[in-house]
Design a protein around this ligand. Sequence first.
Ligand code: TTP
Ligand code: MG
Length: 405
Amino acid sequence: MNRCILHIDLDAFFVSVEQALAPGLRGKPVVVGGRPDRRGVVASASYEARVFGIRAGMPLAQAYRLCSQAIFLQGSFPVYRDASERFMAILADFSPCLEPAGLDEAYLDITGCEAYGTPHQLASHIKERVKKEIKLIASVGMAGCKVVAKIASDLGKPDGLVEVAAGQEKEFLAPLPVINLPGVGKRTEQELKAMGIKTIGQLAALPPEAIKNRLGAAGVIIHRYANGIDDRQVELTGEAKSISRETTFAEDTLDRTFLQAILRYLCERVGAELRQESKHARTITLKLRYADFETITRRISSKETTDADEAIFAGAVTLLDQALARKRKLVRLIGVGVSNLVGYGKQLHLLDSRPQRLAHLDRAIDRIRNKYGFTSIQTGRTLLLKDIFATREGDFMLETTSLSR
Ligand code: TTP
Ligand code: MG
């Protein structure tokens, strides 16, 4: 039986949630990410803002230069998480075979659901329910494999519904630029350009060895994708594979105490997320971006797993100290991530009583924060950030958060 996979991605997610809450923002250039006089980047831009060239990941100041009349919003992550949960709940009504691929996107395998309608009808029904129940617009791609479904949903945006019939995958992909292929970033795009390859069709036509010699194993995968071949299943679990938080400073800094305080705050955010997912982590990663945009990541792994704020911080701060000792350059961004996640069942539990006590403490703090907001409790090191917390409403800054699945 031919597989039928949907990829569903919400349009301008963070911005659209803000517009659903304040309909006066609809139809306007809106940017979520923070105030344009602060550092930081655009997290989400409305399609009206995109007309001016504003894109996710762009510095806010640049976005302001492109469109000074745009409305800049700080954003509120808990609100987006709620919307995401409601979105996933709607999708789960259509098929149990659901794989969230981020906050606002998911794959849904609807193979064998013919009794409920054609794929096109099911996709339209999903779009209607999302619009009616959470007031958001979903773009849907339909195809026989994940990669083609994803490209199709992207291509139809905004408010898209694109179906690629079985057997038509190669023709559909051929005219598109290689950058549309998942797994092809700016660097790979350049490499391919140097080989005279601009479109997915040109890439698909290359002998597999040619691309393997140039790009290694990653090349083999994108070559298969270019040919519309992708055997990946829709993974039922949808569990987080990594969780990270990062923040860009208002001013570049080398102040070690301040860096440690922010790092502690980010570790507490990551720890809370990890506990919410009922996971333990083996690997802790520190990310630093220097004022000259050089970016480094350093990681440590241990046999023991943890979900404790203190343990995550201990690992991250060791990495930070090593990095600061090696390079005296002003820091622009700091981030922390955990990966190599395992469920509670598999944890190698530490019998020593201190981690147990810390686990209780973390959970007690989680409960209070869930009720009164994250900044209602500050731990020792983050007290230094008290004034910063006080000057912003709600979340003290919009950290880029990612839950990779
Ligand atoms: P995307 O789906 O990539 O972007 P989008 O939903 O804003 O726009 P569209 O899908 O219509 O192109 O990401 C989903 C959300 O994730 C986005 O609304 C904000 C957040 N995000 C960031 O915080 N930082 C980023 O760099 C990106 C790309 C997204
Ligand atoms: Mg989206």
